[in-house]
Design a protein around this ligand. Structure first.
Ligand code: ZN
Length: 310
C-alpha cells in the first residue's frame, strides 16, 4: 500500500519516533498576553510537562534503551533549561518549535525570519547544538518556511502531513526533507480539555486513544511507514496515560523489527539512502496555493443573489 517504502536499517519494518512538543506556558502567553499572569490553573496544567511528566518520560526511554525527539519553543528552553539539559544528557534530540509558539503562517516575511532565527538561537544556547529539525507551532508552516529552514541549515521539517513516509519539498533553494505525521497521531484530540485555552475535547481513556495509535502503528509496521506521534508532556505524560504508553512501548519492542530513533537519525538515514541510490523519494511541488481562485467571488455573489430570490 506504500509504493516506495524506505529501506529501514537492519531490516526493520517501520521507523518510530515519539515526538514530544514541550510547549509549557508559551501557549498562554501567545493566546492571552495580557491575562497570562493570572491564569494560574492553566499554567499549572502546562507546567506539569517539564516538571512532573518529563522525568518519567525520560525514565521510560532509559528503561527501554531508546532515544527520541523533543521539540521545544525557544522561550521554554530558556525558562526550563534543566528539563532541556536532561533531554540532551540522556542522548535525545532537542529541536526548535518556534520561540513563543507563534504561528509562522500568520506572520509577515520579516517576522517569520526573525522569530525562526530567535527560536533556533535560543534552543542552541541551552543544548549547545544546532537544531537538526523543526516543527512549526500548531503545524502552521507557511509558504515561506521551507526556504527559510534551508537558509538556516535545518536538516528536516516535521510540520506537514503529505505522506506516510519521508518526502522532499522542492524549493528554489533546493529540496527540504519532510518527516510527516498527521492529526490522527496528535494527543490534543483525545486528551486536551481547557476552557481557558479554548480547546475542549471529550477526554478519552489512554486505552481508547491508544486503540487509534496502535492501528496506525500496525499499518506502518505492515507497509514500511514512519510512525510519528505528535504529543505533549503535559497531556500524554499524565500518570495513567504514560503508564499505558510505557506498556505499549514494551509491546512494540516485543513485536520486533521496529526502528526507534530520534528524527535527526531517521533524517540522516533517509538522506544516505537517497545519496547511495537505495531509495528514491517522492518530491512535492509547489507548496504554495494561488492566493485566490479566480472567479470564486463572482460565483459566490451570483449564488447569493439567486438564494435571495427564492
Ligand atoms: Zn506546540
Amino acid at each position: 500500500m506504500i509504493r516506495n517504502p524506505v529501506p529501514w536499517p537492519n531490516g526493520a519494518k517501520c521507523a518510530a519516533c515519539f515526538t514530544l512538543d514541550m510547549d509549557a506556558e508559551s501557549l498562554i502567553y501567545l493566546a492571552h498576553p495580557q491575562q497570562a499572569h493570572s491564569m494560574v490553573s492553566a499554567a499549572s496544567m502546562l507546567r506539569y510537562g517539564p516538571d512532573v511528566a518529563l522525568p518519567r518520560i525520560l525514565d521510560t526511554y532509559r528503561h527501554y534503551g531508546i532515544r527520541q525527539t523533543f521539540f521545544v519553543p525557544g522561550w521554554c528552553a530558556e525558562r526550563y533549561p534543566y528539563a532541556v539539559e536532561a533531554m540532551v544528557r540522556e542522548g535525545h534530540e532537542v529541536s526548535a518549535h518556534g520561540y513563543l509558539h507563534e504561528h509562522p503562517n500568520e506572520q509577515s516575511d520579516a517576522d517569520e525570519r526573525y522569530w525562526l532565527l530567535r527560536s533556533l538561537t535560543a534552543v542552541r544556547s541551552v543544548t549547545g547544538l544546532p537544531s537538526a529539525g523543526w516543527r512549526a507551532p500548531l503545524y502552521r508552516f507557511s509558504h515561506r518556511s521551507a526556504e527559510l529552514l534551508l537558509d538556516a541549515g535545518v536538516a528536516y521539517d516535521a510540520s506537514l502531513m503529505g505522506d506516510d513516509i519521508a518526502y522532499l519539498i522542492d524549493t528554489p533553494r533546493g529540496p527540504l526533507l519532510e518527516l510527516p505525521s498527521h492529526w490522527g497521531m496528535d494527543d490534543w484530540p483525545p486528551f486536551m480539555h481547557s476552557s481557558e485555552l479554548d480547546f475542549e475535547m471529550p477526554i478519552q481513556s489512554a486505552a481508547r486513544a491508544w486503540e487509534a495509535w496502535w492501528e496506525e502503528f500496525e499499518a506502518m509496521w505492515e507497509f514500511g511507514g514512519l510512525w510519528v506521534p505528535v504529543w505533549h508532556p503535559f497531556l500524554s505524560g499524565r500518570l495513567a496515560r504514560w503508564r499505558h504508553t510505557h506498556r505499549m512501548i514494551g509491546k512494540m519492542l516485543d513485536q520486533g523489527q521496529v526502528w526507534f530513533a530520534p528524527m535527526r537519525d531517521i533524517a540522516a538515514h533517509v538522506r544516505r539512502c537517497i545519496e547511495n541510490g537505495t531509495w528514491a523519494p517522492r518530491t512535492e511541488q509547489p507548496l504554495t496555493l494561488p492566493r485566490a481562485v479566480a472567479g470564486r467571488e463572482t460565483a459566490t455573489a451570483t449564488r447569493h443573489s439567486e438564494d435571495s430570490r427564492q
